[in-house]
Design a protein around this ligand. Structure first.
Ligand code: 13P
Ligand code: SF4
Length: 303
């Protein structure tokens, strides 16, 4: 506690010295969310990174999020507390594989979930996050659409839009672990609760949801709902904002396995250290960033 207090004081000094902003994804540890200037889901954080006038962006999240910030704000320094914070789903698609698929479908547009590398985004027509995936697909006038890398979100978007997608076989190790059986057991335990679920979960689990949405929209939904109890089908870090917004409500995570180990690699100590040393910095080769930027900017323009 005492150590955390000292770290927080040091962080405030460093933030001023460096003119830095701290962005934290809702899946970060509480100790990071507590000190963030802005908390959000992937979409809101990308938007913040694109808009900020700070000189330094400290991105507390996983690597692809830092990369997206750097692509959108190429003249800023983007730091990440620990560069080993990767996303296994983002690593499930590679450039060669995507190029082969594009060659098989030369007229297809490529829609890429933001959970992907800069190199993949550079091969993409438009990006999306879980918050705007349906809108992005609806905005496209294309005979064929290639969707990478999340098969679960792809299936959800296909069901919502009625548009057939060519879906890559990636998935999130954390969300994909949640099963129908887990939800049935939780419903039996908390019969009054609403089940809110992230579309990175398996389609049969998503189908059980009383509400389906991105991290931010789940938080907003629970805040507004008249119900007092919720079974939560997304990553455990979301509990920080859920409880902050609705201290009178109960939130039960659908299993104890809804923890993304990659997101938890970052901690307060590493956050302070990265601002002190200005390392590790996110670097994206300019040629890749220039190509990838178009796909991210198009995403930000979809309303
Ligand atoms: P959102 O931030 O879009 O809810 O996505 C969740 C996620 O898995 C981020 O890694
Ligand atoms: Fe990747 Fe899933 Fe972790 Fe998000 S929660 S960073 S998609 S592994």
């Amino acid at each position: 506690q005492e150590q955390n207090r000292e770290l927080r004081v040091r962080l405030e000094q460093l933030k001023k010295e460096r003119n830095a902003i701290i962005l934290a994804h809702y899946y970060q540890r509480d100790e990071i969310q507590e000190v963030a200037d802005f908390r959000g889901d992937s979409f809101l954080l990308a938007q913040k990174a694109a808009e900020t006038d700070a000189d330094v962006i400290v991105f507390c999240g996983v690597h692809f999020m830092g990369e997206s910030a750097k692509i959108l704000a190429p003249n800023k320094t983007v730091l990440i507390p620990d560069e080993r914070a990767g996303c296994p789903m983002a690593d499930m698609v590679n450039v060669d594989g995507l190029r082969k698929l594009k060659a098989q479908h030369p007229n297809a547009k490529v829609v890429t979930y933001i959970n992907s590398s800069a190199e993949i985004k550079a091969e993409t027509d438009i990006c999306c996050t879980s918050a705007n995936a349906v809108k992005v697909i609806e905005s496209l006038d294309a005979e064929e659409i290639i969707w990478v890398p999340d098969k679960n979100l792809g299936q959800y978007v296909q069901d919502q839009t009625g548009k057939k997608l060519i879906i890559w076989e990636g998935y999130c190790n954390t969300h994909d672990m949640l099963t129908v059986k887990d939800v049935i057991e939780m419903r039996a335990k908390y019969p009054e609760a609403e089940f809110v679920v992230h579309p990175e979960c398996r389609p049969e689990v998503v189908a059980m949801g009383d509400y389906v949405g991105s991290t931010t929209s789940i938080i907003d939904y629970c805040k507004k709902s008249g119900r007092k109890q919720f079974i939560v089908g997304t990553e455990d870090g979301t509990g920080y904002q859920l409880r902050k917004d609705s201290p009178d409500k109960e939130f039960h995570f659908a299993t104890k396995f809804l923890v993304c180990p990659n997101m938890k690699v970052n901690n307060l100590k590493k956050l302070v250290k990265c601002l002190e040393t200005m390392k590790p910095q996110i670097y994206v080769p300019p040629a890749v960033a220039d190509k990838a930027r178009t796909s991210l900017e198009r995403m930000l323009q979809v309303r």
